[in-house]
Design a protein around this ligand. Structure first.
Ligand code: SAM
Length: 183
């Protein structure tokens, strides 16, 4: 199912279960898919209803590992979508006991999508947790890089360290998507 088909199916029935405004929009989904399509594994902070996880699982050849401590209804259950390449964890991405670091492997080629808690402290934490596992081949994508929360502040500080290359993929001022790669 593509974005329009999912939207139509959810709007027809039970739409109150699903909050579309929390999801990446179709244009963003396509931009991100184009960036990640050659990566075998993706790790995501912020599953919400599973829209971005599902969309990414269609282009990632391996697994999408997605984390969200709030276990909301998932579109793959409701619409009976193929979820064979999605692994959902009902824990915070940055949790030390059962967060992303328990499944990360340094030498695997991997992509990240950071779209969890957008507060400065939490975005920083998401980065601090994955940083030891990153190589210059991996890609980290941040959503809302220009908009709400502390993402913009965090990325400004990260850029000032001179250790990363940051590329703007989408410049919607209320949202914004960037990629970050180690230099
Ligand atoms: C903007 S929504 C994610 C939207 C989703 N990526 C999409 O486009 O379909 C942000 C989500 O982050 C979750 N969240 C909050 N704190 C988190 C954390 N520490 N780790 C992972 N997810 C978190 C929230 O519960 C919320 O569902």
């Amino acid at each position: 199912m593509n974005y329009a088909e999912i939207r139509e199916a959810l709007t027809k029935d039970h739409s109150s279960k699903f909050k579309f405004e929390r999801w990446i929009i179709e244009e963003e989904a396509n931009i991100i898919c184009n960036e990640i399509k050659d990566y075998p594994t993706l790790y995501e902070s912020g599953t919400a209803n599973g829209f971005s996880s599902y969309y990414f699982s269609r282009v990632i050849s391996g697994l999408v590992h997605t984390f969200d401590p709030v276990n909301r209804p998932k579109i793959w259950d409701f619409l009976e979508l193929d979820r064979s390449r999605i692994k959902y964890y009902d824990t915070p991405f940055g949790a030390s006991a059962n967060g992303v670091m328990t499944v990360l492997k340094k030498n695997d080629l991997k992509a990240f999508f950071i779209d969890g808690d957008h507060a400065y402290e939490n975005v920083s934490r998401d980065w601090i947790v994955i940083r030891p596992f990153l190589t210059s081949k991996d890609i980290v994508i941040f959503h809302d890089a220009l908009g709400v929360g502390g993402v913009k502040k965090f990325l400004g500080e990260l850029e000032n360290t001179g250790t990363v290359e940051i590329r703007l993929l989408s410049d919607n001022p209320r949202r914004g998507i960037v990629t970050v790669k180690l230099k």
